[in-house]
Design a protein around this ligand. Sequence first.
Ligand code: GLA
Length: 396
Amino acid sequence: MRLHTKSIGFASLILLAAQVFGQSSQLAATPPMGWNSWNFFHSKVTDADVRAAADAIVSSGMRDAGYIYVNIDDTWEGPRDAQGEITSNSKFPDMKALADYIHSKGLKFGIYSSPGPTTCARFPGSYGHEQQDADTYAKWGVDYLKYDLCSYGTIMRDESNGDQQVAWTMMRQAYEKMHQALLKTNRPILYSLCQYGHDAVWEWGAEIGGNSWRTGTDIQDSWISMSNIGFSQSGLEKYAGPGHWNDPDMLEVGNGHMKPDEYRVHMSLWALLAAPLLAGNDLSQMTPETLSILINKEVIAVDQDPLGKQGFRVSNTGPFEIWMKPLSHGDKAVALFNRSEAVFPITIKLKAIGFNRPVQARDLWEHKDLGTISDSYTATVPRHGVVMLRLTRSRR
Ligand code: GLA
């Protein structure tokens, strides 16, 4: 009898351990998806805007397509109270109530801070209050933290006496400090590093608990900015995988300064890069075309493929680039990009992407089966445009 009770106890312990470990490895098992306030609202974002985004993410079908995180970026922060606890400012009257509202819709709640004394928009950061802030976030129900270097750069400069190596070490320690603080809360909080790629963060970001890390500078809603960032990511693929992703920055789809073809390039490239997909537009004002780009389930499936491999450039001939992302079950996603100023045919040879036999092809923007490709395929690709395919080995 005693033995029986013991074995039940042991079994539930194993179950509990499985749940705990299961939970942490579930954090960002595929690249995080959701919405962030910065790219559209910048410093003007309010509680009402975030609630409207949460409402729209559900009513538009985006939540069901995988967009789960609703993240407030910079400018929510108020002064610290007498105990040093961070408060929200008058734009956000009650953070716990906001988190509850977001959770009630089956969504998750994200927030933003800095290891420095002030954030990039000069609001209070977490410097010297790391554990206290992590505890406050956990109390509010935060599920995601973007931690942005900002004014910590000044501290690094001042305290390293010009020794760059010392400065980089300080930076890693600052990110590790918040990682430890988040762990101590016992709440799973996705940890998104933002320090613009300094000191090859992809080489150490995962070690200090990063679930994602920005690989470079801030994106703008322009073809130049988006394509410069997106097409320069090849080579970083070996650092990404389940739980830890390269982050070329948030989406600009729908913010109005790029053409639909250019936004399709943006979405396709980010999916091939297994990048976090954080929409950055005003979801309550989306056109049907913007929504159809954000919610293209076949492109999202490339980003979210469980194999968790980041894609890379296979070839480029001037402004024509071919990229490939390995998918589960031996499938491959392939994109033919035309960065030139005129429509052009682009040819993909199966051998160049590792297929020696015929494949079945499907066009992921046309949502059309193309039948069998035996040797090569030529697509007419619009200016600043893309044709994106999913290739599956032909079954015999
Ligand atoms: C930095 C980040 C942006 C945004 C702003 C907010 O520039 O890179 O993504 O968070 O700060 O101030």
